[in-house]
Write a protein that binds this ligand. Structure first.
Ligand SMILES: CC(C)(COP(=O)(O)OP(=O)(O)OC[C@H]1O[C@@H](n2cnc3c(N)ncnc32)[C@H](O)[C@@H]1OP(=O)(O)O)[C@@H](O)C(=O)NCCC(=O)NCCS
Length: 155
């Protein structure tokens, strides 16, 4: 498996972006932005990670690993690459947001060194493209959790 910066048309990665965000409306607003890294195996793209810079912080806006390749370290390797990229660019902090309902993602990001930052209540509303009544692991999709990985002093 090889992780490298993606230089193709980001629109072509939409199926992976969809794995990370239920709102097509939201994906439209950011799919073309930022820097994208991909994990490639045997010529096939099996994962992506998108970084969008805002001042001296960077947001990990989207990431996903192909369903049949999850749990094999691809996501961890993508985050490691993102952290290296951020350190090289003197980024102070890497931010990520995920659903409070998604216990698996909360575990994944904390295992990669992220810490809880804040909660945005009722972030997943119909007005932002999230059809009501999405349930993850029995928990209604309502609130968004922001986590951060502090990189100051690490560059
Ligand atoms: C989240 C995601 C990118 C993780 O990628 P991955 O390749 O499966 O993760 P890894 O195999 O590198 O796992 C790293 C660690 O996180 C844990 N982990 C990953 N996904 C997990 C999940 N859903 N639930 C619990 N633990 C999880 C792994 O068990 C592993 O733990 P360990 O450090 O104790 O061994 C992947 O599950 C995915 O694509 N999910 C769907 C899209 C998505 O939700 N994206 C994030 C939106 S914010």
């Amino acid at each position: 498996m090889l992780i490298h910066r993606y230089d193709g048309e980001q629109e072509l990665l939409r199926p992976l972006f969809r794995e990370a965000d239920d709102s097509e409306q939201q994906i439209d607003t950011y799919i073309d932005l930022g820097t994208v890294f991909v994990a490639e195996d045997d010529g096939e793209i099996i994962g992506h990670l998108q970084l969008i810079a805002r001042d001296d912080t960077v947001e990990l806006k989207s990431m996903a690993v192909a369903e049949n390749r999850r749990g094999t370290g691809v996501g961890r390797a993508l985050v490691r690459t993102a952290l290296e990229h951020c350190r090289q660019n003197a980024t102070r902090s890497l931010l990520v947001a995920t659903a409070a309902a998604d216990i698996g993602n909360l575990r994944f990001y904390q295992r990669q060194g992220f810490r809880m930052l804040r909660i945005e209540r009722d972030a997943f509303e119909a007005s932002t493209g999230y059809p009501g009544e999405i349930v993850i692991d029995g928990i209604p999709l309502l609130d968004r959790v922001w986590l951060s990985r502090d990189l100051s002093g690490e560059s």
